[in-house]
Design a protein around this ligand. Structure first.
Ligand code: PLP
Length: 219
């Protein structure tokens, strides 16, 4: 017979918090309208969505209008890279700079974008998992459209200096994105203080439900 199990894989996913389960089970049976519908049922649902949006905005230190709900951080990451692709396509030139240690939802998107003819450069990391800042700086230039560096790594836990990288990106006129999926709930994250253009995160990494992600986009 198996003994008592202890779950330690919280970077992969977390158990929903009791207050999350309570909030969902109280809302689901009664507030079932489509949040885009104009009738009472729709407006009730919309009120809850807007409350959730305001809570997330407070957590990320940004405005509610800058929060878009997605199906997860993978979709948020994909969307940000596709926005960069569409800017590059429109301009007819441009480059994306990221790192070698991003989540597969970015690494696989990088492979796809390269097949589409988009140049994506990846900065390496040192033995402690931190981005080699001198290498990253060498990759900066006026043709860079997007710089994307994760806040915290899902395997090593290495934290990157996002505010500093954001300054570097903006100095060459690029947009700054961070995948903060592993950082939310574990450290202070501020879209304002880090001067971010985009951020991705996911509910199920910090005691929320699966299938709910967030994309912050600066207005
Ligand atoms: C750093 C990081 N980014 C993105 C994701 C993808 O999140 P989701 O499952 O919400 O798509 C994960 C999940 O493993 C992650 O650890």
């Amino acid at each position: 017979m198996m003994g008592r199990m202890i779950y330690l894989d919280n970077n992969a996913t977390t158990q929903m918090a009791p207050e999350v389960i309570r909030a969902i089970s109280e809302a689901e049976p009664v507030v079932y309208g489509n949040a885009s519908s104009m009738h009472t049922f729709g407006r009730e649902a919309q009120k809850l969505v807007e409350e959730a949006r305001a809570n997330v905005a407070e957590l990320l230190d940004c405005q509610s209008s800058e929060i878009t709900f997605t199906s997860g951080a993978s979709e948020s990451n994909n969307t940000v890279f596709m926005i960069a692709k569409s800017i590059i396509d429109k301009k007819g030139s441009g480059r994306i700079v990221t790192t070698t240690i991003e989540h597969p939802s970015i690494i696989e998107t990088v492979k796809y974008l390269r097949k589409q003819g988009i140049q994506v450069d990846q900065a390496p990391v040192s033995a402690d998992g931190r981005v080699k800042m001198d290498e990253l700086e060498k990759l900066m230039g006026p043709d860079v459209v997007l710089v994307s560096v994760m806040t915290g790594n899902n395997e090593t836990g290495a934290i990157q200096p996002i505010a500093e990288i954001s300054k570097m990106a903006h100095a060459c006129g690029a947009m700054m994105h961070t995948d903060a999926t592993q950082a939310i709930g574990k450290m202070q994250v501020s879209c304002k203080d880090w001067d971010l253009d985009y951020l991705s995160c996911s509910g199920h990494k910090f005691y929320g439900p699966k299938g709910v992600g967030v994309m912050y986009a600066k207005k």
